[in-house]
Ligand binder design. Structure first.
Ligand SMILES: Nc1ncnc2c1ncn2[C@@H]1O[C@H](COP(=O)(O)OP(=O)(O)OP(=O)(O)O)[C@@H](O)[C@H]1O
Ligand SMILES: [Mg+2]
Length: 357
């Protein structure tokens, strides 16, 4: 991270009654970065975003934008734009009037406004839409107008709270790609809120996973997906298995042991999960293959085979009754009830640490 990030949220706390919605949140977003907050309903995503926006005041902690402490500044003095789930356009205005509204604080002449509106409509792929009444547009189009309006004054930071969740699946996917393009072309930093893991993984430079007001893990999508840090993160991403066991050896050495296998962990997290547990992605579990010498192998009983299109899931019961799911693209014709050999590379086994308290 560069020495002076565009956005610095420092030790921010917020509580509503007994409900802690931000439990000392620290995060930094760089210029031009696509940063996503991902978490289940009620985890505090919107509250944190609203504090960055200035719509909510933290109980303690500071918010800095461009090195300036903006904690006590109103939203319009923070050099940022906002887009919400509900298209917040003015219904009685045309598309051009809506976008120009975002420019009202800039003293621009009519021609400059016209030019900027046209530029923004090109950017959001709605060229020539100036005179349309905004209410006649489809949901996806209205949201693009809202994005154009928010970007009109060229903020360095755009905050987006589930902007695509009201759209149907197909349009949502198209808009994901389009938003990512807009972000890249304009170089605006995005802080994006979603509860959709796929959206977070496909669009973001970094993702912060939130649970009960805690940032549980902040990582690049690949690292987050491959190496979840806690059980919460592992189970949040479909397809990860959590296997419980114990740590064995002298002085809590780094050997993890469960009923099926033993594995030496290269490093132990400072606060290991209790009970000790590791995460393994379903795609990393291989059934009846040709294990290499460094692979960890174990026996399991194949309980169920579930065809899922691209993947086939194999539910495997370990000796102590724990169930894990292996996923493979090439469906093997294996009857349920039989014993199989399972192999996994040691790098595919991620030690889990305790959830933040
Ligand atoms: N103004 C408020 N007054 C009281 N409680 C609030 C207020 N705003 C948020 N909360 C509570 O804080 C918690 C977090 O809410 P928040 O809206 O930040 O979650 P979220 O992660 O955005 O959830 P969702 O995915 O459902 O939008 C919730 O329990 C919510 O009820
Ligand atoms: Mg929300």
């Amino acid at each position: 991270m560069s020495p002076s990030p565009l956005l610095h949220v420092h030790a921010v706390r917020k509580q509503f009654g007994k409900q802690v919605t931000a439990a000392g949140v620290d995060l930094q977003v760089a210029n031009g970065e696509f940063f996503t907050m991902l978490g289940p309903s009620g985890s505090g995503k919107s509250t944190i975003l609203r504090m960055i926006a200035g719509l909510e005041h933290p109980d303690s902690g500071r918010i800095l934008i461009n090195g300036q402490d903006v904690t006590d500044l109103p939203p319009w003095r923070r050099d940022l734009g906002m887009v919400f789930q509900q298209y917040a356009n003015f219904p009685h205005m045309t598309v051009a009037q809506n976008i120009a509204y975002g420019l009202r604080r800039r003293k621009l002449d009519r021609e400059a406004v016209r030019k900027r509106v046209s530029e923004l409509l090109d950017l959001v792929s709605l060229p020539g839409f100036e005179e349309r009444p905004v209410t006649r547009l489809s949901g996806g189009e209205q949201q693009r107008v809202a994005i154009a309006r928010a970007l009109a004054p060229r903020p360095r930071l755009l905050l987006l709270d589930e902007p695509l969740s009201a759209l149907d699946e197909k349009i949502r996917r198209e808009m994901q790609a389009q938003l990512k393009d807009i972000q890249r072309v304009t170089g605006t930093a995005f802080v994006y809120v979603t509860h959709d893991q796929e959206e977070a993984l496909t669009m973001s430079d970094r993702v912060a996973v939130l649970n009960w007001g805690h940032l549980v893990q902040v990582d690049e999508p690949h690292a987050l997906f491959r190496h979840p840090r806690t059980k919460f993160v592992a189970t949040f991403f479909r397809g990860s298995n959590v296997v419980e066991g114990k740590l064995v050896g002298q002085g809590r050495s780094s050997i993890f042991e469960c009923s099926a296998f033993r594995v030496a962990l290269p490093e132990l997290p400072s606060k290991f999960a209790h009970p000790p547990a590791v995460a393994i992605r379903g795609e990393d579990l291989r059934i009846n293959g040709h294990p290499s010498p460094e692979d960890i192998t174990f026996d399991a009983v194949l309980e169920r085979v579930v065809y899922r299109g691209v993947y086939t899931d194999y539910q495997l019961r370990l000796v102590d009754g724990q169930v894990v799911t292996a996923s493979a693209t090439s469906g093997q014709n294996l009857p349920a009830g039989q014993k199989v050999q399972v192999a996994v590379r040691p790098e595919g086994i991620t030690p889990l640490q305790a959830e933040p308290a």
